[in-house]
Design a protein around this ligand. Structure first.
Ligand code: MEV
Length: 463
């Protein structure tokens, strides 16, 4: 087949070769495309090499904004937290919530548990009780024969915590699991867990094949797979805030009392707990905060997201991950979230900015980072729900949206000022902003302009 879009041996091409092939076969302006993609290469080739080697078939770097959220007080310690996110308003919202709670005692956090889980999935034909009976020996064998993998982790206080046999034959014929739990200290531990599991699978198979007391069939055990589980409900952290209702202050420029706010906020949380449509958006807001810190610290946001959503559905219905209670005049708001993250190993030490992120937060342990990440999730959630039950979120969003459109249309500083006043009480859309600028740019002196423009012009003329 002579299709230029199909390639073989692509991975063996040099980086420039890959880029050229892509530009020539998928774009009408290959020179320009190649130049643009190259313009995002790191200036220092040694540093660029680090990025190239994170992944495969790398041709350029994809930039995202790296922002910071200051004033995050957690258990009386103040942090400046890095956030990598493309969505406008998220960093602003987290920062505003951090400041709000800084003035009310800050956030409290606690790590509830830190266990991670892996599974060896296998088939075995025989009486499950027989297998259960062999478990003490299997356990001992796995502990002993994985020691070459686990010894360093053990020295750091981690390793295999527990090995359980799970009989799944009621769901699938002959299907069993070894459920192995781990402590991985400051590392996320994915490689450590997977290596240990694959070794445990070999040990199990070998153990069974050499059991004299078993018949031929029972000695044959089929390993299906061995892999960590990203569902880590026992790697759990809680972040919370609390203050007297009256200390919440007023909202919507003084139009909403603290009591009304607390009532509506609590209701909004209740709705997110009982309605899946709302819960999904509510939790998405939490993950706006969580993911941005997870990414900034070089952790695996897909793992964190997958686990968080599974946890949100743990009782069979997808629900909010955060809760609110207003009782005896006290407003309490908290988030329970499983977070399997690390501060050593993986990208955390390889990505120059992930390294800086950790340094910025005082090189936290994994437990401390769990607390920081959960706090930003809660802060983000507070800011989102506060907007929703007061002004609505569009007010804040529209300002950023307007600025983005104005930048795109290359508005001057003066035009930006005019636009901000004009759109203060109007819906922002690309067309509306373009028409507004056209009018502003072409209107002859003295022409009847929309009132806000006149107001601004009059004011600026008076200055
Ligand atoms: C937008 O990215 C996130 C929100 O929709 C979250 C929420 O509705 O709670 C504002």
């Amino acid at each position: 087949m002579n299709n230029p879009k199909i390639v073989s041996g692509f991975s063996k091409l040099s980086k420039r070769g890959k880029l050229r092939w892509l530009a020539e076969n998928f774009f009408n302006n290959p020179e320009e495309v190649a130049r643009e993609l190259k313009s995002f290469w790191y200036g220092d080739p040694q540093k660029q090499k680090i990025f190239d080697e994170f992944s495969e078939n790398t041709i350029s770097n994809y930039y995202l904004p790296y922002g910071i959220c200051p004033n995050v007080m957690i258990n009386n310690e103040v942090y400046c937290v890095p956030m990598v996110i493309e969505e406008s308003s998220v960093v602003a919202a987290a920062s505003s919530a951090a400041k709000f709670w800084l003035d009310r005692g800050g956030f409290k956090t606690e790590v509830i548990s830190t266990k991670k889980v892996g599974q060896v999935h296998f088939e075995w034909q025989g009486d499950g009780k027989k297998l259960q009976h062999l478990m003490p020996q299997i356990r001992q064998q796995i502990h002993a024969d994985t020691a070459h993998i686990t010894c360093n982790m053990k020295k750091r206080g981690g390793g295999i915590v527990d090995i359980k046999l799970v009989d799944m034959t009621h769901l699938e014929d002959n299907y069993y699991q070894l459920n192995i739990s781990f402590e991985t200290c400051d590392s996320m531990g994915a490689n450590f867990i997977n290596s240990t599991l694959e070794e445990a699978a070999r040990i199990l198979k070998n153990f069974m094949s050499t059991q004299a007391g078993l018949n031929q069939k029972e000695r044959e055990l089929t390993i299906i797979m061995a892999i960590l589980s990203n569902y880590t409900p026992e790697c759990l952290v809680r972040a919370s805030v609390e203050c007297k209702v009256e200390e919440l202050g007023t909202f919507s420029d003084g139009d909403m009392s603290a009591e009304t706010f607390a009532y509506k906020f609590e209701k909004a949380l209740k709705i997110a707990s009982i309605d899946t449509y709302r819960a999904t958006t509510h939790n998405k807001g939490i993950f706006n905060g969580i993911d941005s810190v997870v990414i900034a610290t070089g952790n695996d946001f897909r793992a964190v997201e997958a686990c968080g959503h599974a946890y949100a559905a743990r009782d069979g219905q997808y629900r909010s991950l955060s809760f609110c209670e207003v009782k005896d005049g006290v407003f309490s708001f908290w988030l329970d979230i499983p977070l399997a993250i690390g501060t050593v190993g993986g990208l955390t030490n390889l990505h120059p900015l992930a390294k800086r992120s950790l340094e910025m937060m005082g090189n936290p342990t994994a437990n401390e980072l769990m607390k920081i990440i959960a706090t930003v999730g809660l802060a983000q959630n507070f800011a989102a729900v506060r907007s929703l039950v007061t002004t609505g979120i569009q007010k804040g969003h529209m300002k950023m949206h307007l600025m983005n459109i104005l930048n795109h249309l290359e508005a001057t500083e003066k035009e930006v000022k005019e636009a901000i006043i004009y759109f203060a009480d109007k819906l922002v859309s690309f067309t509306a902003v373009r028409e507004f600028l056209q009018l502003l740019r072409t209107a002859p002196y003295g022409m009847q302009l929309p009132t806000p423009i006149l107001l601004y012009n009059e004011k600026s003329m008076r200055k």
